[in-house]
Write a protein that binds this ligand. Structure first.
Ligand SMILES: [Cu+2]
Length: 114
């Protein structure tokens, strides 16, 4: 009985630890976002200017990216999911979230604007 209880507690910690770490990371991110609450989690509007399927890159004229302290501009992004490039063409209106992944500004969330 004692052993069973010890194992249960160990199992409980094993279950909780990753969750606690994950929650901590998320909170850190949200804390940063709180400074930019209007944009955090929100999608930014953009217009596709050029598509480089081979390189997995897209040139987008975008509105201000507050989470990246970036004003509106036209620039090249990587895309997290290359299949997104199949859904767009030059002139497509998109909504997206960009983030800095491995020092490359990358579109991490994407949808076609209606
Ligand atoms: Cu930019």
């Amino acid at each position: 009985m004692k052993n069973t209880l010890a194992i249960s507690i160990a199992a409980l910690f094993a279950l909780l630890s990753p969750a606690a770490q994950s929650a901590g990371g998320h909170n850190t991110h949200s804390g940063h976002g709180a400074m930019h609450s209007a944009v955090e989690g929100g999608m930014v509007d953009g217009v596709v200017k050029k598509i480089d399927t081979a390189a997995g890159k897209v040139t987008v004229s975008h509105g201000p990216l507050t989470n990246l302290d970036m004003p509106a501009m036209t620039m090249v992004f990587r895309v997290k999911d290359a299949t997104w490039l199949d859904q767009i063409q030059v002139g497509s209106k998109i909504r997206f979230v960009a983030d800095n992944l491995n020092n490359a500004l990358t579109i991490v969330r994407f949808e076609l604007a209606k």
